[in-house]
Design a protein around this ligand. Structure first.
Ligand code: FES
Length: 201
């Protein structure tokens, strides 16, 4: 067993599991839409510690994430597989953006609601520029890798997608209701998530 800490919430992970499958099982706040095809980019994460316990970035990640960002620890949670036993700590892009938006809407005492604007613009701008810089190679590589049908219609299990999204939304609401700084326990497992490889799920 390894310990995966996503957005400050600790959860158990088995060697061989994809980070995203652990996240979905625990309703962690990570974006996902393409059922592990590696094409939607919703599951982008920053690995903060424990990168050595993950598989190296694969073809799908290198097609979309510039080398400089990979070197900084950016990964796709649906492609990164837990290889070693140890602790891995990540912050999802979805949660990073949520925290910044939340800090604008409800700033802490003594903080300006303008403070998050600069980092928010920087993240959105950087992401857009990164994707533009990789275009059209990123799209072409994905078309070759998963095929045009899977690229155009990435969702395989729509029911599971809706179910998992609802659980994530409930979890995010519960998180937002907690006093600042309080850690949440991983919520109970409601539905098993497949560990199938990207082209199998
Ligand atoms: S879930 Fe779509 S790229 Fe990871």
């Amino acid at each position: 067993m390894s310990t995966l800490i996503i957005n400050d919430v600790s959860m158990e992970a088995k060697v061989g599991e994809r980070m995203l499958n652990v996240a979905r099982r625990n309703a962690a706040h990570i974006g996902f839409m393409c059922d592990n095809a590696g094409t939607c980019q919703g599951c982008r994460c920053q690995v903060l510690t424990g990168a050595e316990h993950l598989s190296p970035p694969n073809e799908a990640e290198l097609a979309w994430i510039p080398a400089a960002r990979v070197a900084e620890g950016q990964r796709l949670a649906c492609q990164a597989i837990i290889h070693g036993q140890g602790e891995i700590r990540v912050l999802s892009r979805a949660e990073e953006l949520r925290r910044l938006v939340f800090a604008m809407i409800a700033p802490r005492a003594g903080e300006s609601r303008l403070n998050p604007i600069a980092p928010l613009v920087a993240i959105l701008g950087q992401t857009s520029l990164d994707q533009l810089a990789r275009f059209p190679g990123n799209v072409f590589a994905s078309l070759v890798r998963v095929g045009p049908m899977r690229f155009a219609f990435p969702v395989i299990d729509r029911d599971r997608l809706f179910s998992d999204v609802q659980r994530v939304v409930r979890h995010v609401r519960a998180t937002a209701a907690q006093p600042t700084g309080q850690k949440l326990r991983a919520i109970p497992i409601l539905r098993a998530t497949s560990d199938a490889a990207p082209n199998e799920s």
